[in-house]
Design a protein. Structure first.
Length: 160
């Protein structure tokens, strides 16, 4: 797996955060490239954390934080691809995660205001869009690191 370097840019705050979030998302999903469903679902830890679980978890995290908490939209207002045919758990999970990226990025870009407050589910204390995107960035990066270790444990592949 070829190593990918993070983007280097000089743009506005939200554009920078989104570019770094995109990089971390891609790093995470690349860890599933070429794996079978069994390999992607394998977990060496009692918690059950697997590469497949990480992708599903991060899709849900983006929906929770951006769609519901920031934008105040209901879950059924988000379009996701239908379930794929049997045996395509990995491709389906990645497609659903990528579809959520489009929704997340569109909502962040449409706001354009890092100081915009969450309109949906209440958080205590209240947080703004800057905090939400930074939180997703750190959460995605954290789990991309977990994915690095899991993938290397599955078949020895390394790289971002």
């Amino acid at each position: 797996m070829a190593d990918q370097k993070p983007p280097r840019l000089s743009v506005g705050e939200l554009d920078t955060l989104l570019a770094l979030l995109r990089y971390q998302r891609e790093s995470l999903v690349r860890k599933l490239d070429g794996l079978t469903a069994e390999q992607a679902a394998w977990s060496p830890v009692p918690s059950g954390t697997s590469l497949l679980w990480l992708v599903v978890h991060m899709r849900d995290a983006e929906e929770t934080w951006i769609v519901r908490r920031f934008a105040g939209l209901a879950t059924d207002e988000v379009e996701v691809p239908p379930e794929g045919p049997a045996g395509s758990a990995v491709a389906d999970a990645v497609a659903r995660y990528r579809a959520m990226w489009e929704t997340t990025d569109a909502l962040v870009t449409a706001s354009g205001d890092p100081d915009a407050q969450c309109r949906g589910d209440a958080t205590e204390p209240p947080v703004n869009l800057r905090w939400v995107v930074a939180h997703l960035l750190e959460e995605t990066a954290r789990h991309a690191g977990h994915a690095d270790i899991l993938r290397e444990s599955v078949d020895g592949e390394v790289g971002r």
